[in-house]
Design a protein around this ligand. Structure first.
Ligand code: CO
Length: 236
């Protein structure tokens, strides 16, 4: 497809949309109130709105190579701050994907120096989980596990950002999720490492409101580092 075709497609989409829903653009322009922030890979095959079947206006999006949450990345931090403080999103998804070229390149060495530098963040994940990864004999399985562990670690990184810590400290409803997208099937998988600012175990306990000793009122303290590590272990 040539780039000119993109503009043609845009015109056709505008015409078709106006015909079926004359107020569509006016309605969208009126307000910006997405409930979700999607942090995904820049890979063209993982478009946030398409794979989540959300419409325009429903998903705030940040994408970079290999869906990383780097604590010094001002771009991501600004998106996160705006999403939490201004838009008031309730859920943040870190979405990795099997077949990720970034994760694959991190396991070797990339030929592009800036990409290689960026991918060092994944090599840190690799080092943190070396024992588990080294025990996986099949290279493809080892790679898929690194894709998952990378997501888990990025969820953890997200939980340690000043934006998220401040939101949780004041009791804001904010959940951080780790997902992986299966390119070959189109399916999203929840890694079940959701953090919501409550101590590990309390977040996902179905009996949280039951009157017993385990379920005393939960304070909205940020998860400890130990809780974060436990979260990584739970993801197995
Ligand atoms: Co990717």
């Amino acid at each position: 497809m040539t780039y000119r075709r993109i503009l043609e497609r845009n015109r056709r989409w505008v015409d078709a949309t106006r015909q079926s829903d004359p107020d569509f653009f006016a309605r969208l322009a009126e307000k910006h109130e997405p409930h979700f922030l999607f942090i995904g890979c820049s890979d063209a095959r993982v478009p946030a709105n398409v794979i989540t079947q959300t419409h325009a206006g429903e998903m705030f999006v940040h994408r970079n190579v290999a869906n990383l949450v780097v604590p010094t990345d001002n771009n991501l931090l600004a998106v996160l701050e705006y999403a939490v403080e201004a838009l008031g999103v309730s859920d943040v998804f870190v979405c990795g994907h099997y077949g990720c070229g970034g994760v694959k390149a991190a396991m070797a060495s990339a030929r592009l120096p800036l990409v290689d530098n960026w991918l060092n963040n994944i090599r840190t994940v690799q080092r943190l989980h070396a024992a588990e990864l080294d025990a996986i004999a099949d290279p493809e399985q080892r790679y898929r596990r690194l894709v998952e562990l990378n997501v888990v670690e990025q969820v953890y990184n997200l939980s340690r950002t000043p934006v998220v810590e401040a939101a949780w400290a004041r009791g804001t409803e904010l959940r951080l999720h780790g997902w992986v997208y299966e390119l070959t099937e189109g399916l999203l998988r929840d890694l079940d490492v959701t953090l919501d600012g409550r101590p590990a175990g309390a977040a996902r306990s179905p009996a949280a409101s039951a009157p017993n000793a385990d379920t005393a009122p939960v304070t909205s303290a940020p998860p400890s580092i130990a809780a974060g590590r436990r979260l990584v272990a739970d993801a197995r």
